[in-house]
Ligand binder design. Sequence first.
Ligand SMILES: Nc1ncnc2c1ncn2[C@@H]1O[C@H](COP(=O)(O)OP(=O)(O)OP(=O)(O)O)[C@@H](O)[C@H]1O
Ligand SMILES: [Mg+2]
Length: 286
Amino acid sequence: MENLTREGPTTATKPALSVEDLVIEYRLARGGVVRAVDGVSFDVGESEIVGIVGESGSGKSSVGMVVAGFLNATDGRLHFDGTTTQEWGQVSNSGRAGVQMIFQDSSTAVNPRRSVGSIIAEAIAKGGRITKSHIQQSVAYIERVGLDPALVNRKPRELSGGQKQRVAIARALAARPGLLVCDESVSALDVSVRARILNLLVQIRRDEGIAILFISHDLAVVSQLVDRVVVMQQGKVVEVGPVRDVIDRPQHAYTQKLLNAIPRLERTTVSTHPNQQFTSMKEETS
Ligand SMILES: Nc1ncnc2c1ncn2[C@@H]1O[C@H](COP(=O)(O)OP(=O)(O)OP(=O)(O)O)[C@@H](O)[C@H]1O
Ligand SMILES: [Mg+2]
């Protein structure tokens, strides 16, 4: 399969994350092996937002899980924050230091019995004992993601989906990551909430300089947020490049197919410049 790489001027010079020849295989319970990711390479520059798009089953989440340290790769190398991971087999429940991951449904990732304040304080304390001071510090993160500080004592089940996703982002920020991996993090949200979360991610990159790996099956959403995009098909990268080039002049038939899947009304917003403040796509197009 051809790998069309077009590195443009937006490519940051110093990669925060470098993924090289990544191979991920799953062993099936009833025997046999599934090769979900087959020789994937890409970089995420410092303070850069890189998207991974591709249809269901193309291997996006598998890549994200390995980058975040929740899953072992079968082969390949990962360079992050000055260290190289080559010896696979050391995953832990806490993931990789310096990388935080936000999932589609954050309620599965947070302890339902804890308050919002202690969920965030836990990240500030980095696994140590949570003190009153940590809880007090959590308020700054609650405000940072645009939530009412009064939510500090609420439990996750007492929050809306959008609020829960903001808490997940606040907790991730509190761990002071160099890289944020977002896996379908806005897919379950209503369009206007989605737009606000995407704006928040743009602000986080701008203010905190955190690099973001944004995984989504939705090229319309990705095109509004990212600097560069990696297009995956059946475990392989078929196209990489600055998002404008990939959207305006897709080199691969598969990318064109993903573009064609975007509803006509949304396609107008796809051609706007990335990273600008956007309202909900529905509001802009209706
Ligand atoms: N635990 C597992 N055991 C066996 N096969 C798996 C496992 N997890 C994923 N796979 C397989 O690996 C491939 C890639 O899955 P992955 O979840 O990475 O895809 P994806 O691009 O994130 O898809 P989606 O858009 O549906 O989330 C698929 O064929 C899937 O069936
Ligand atoms: Mg997935």
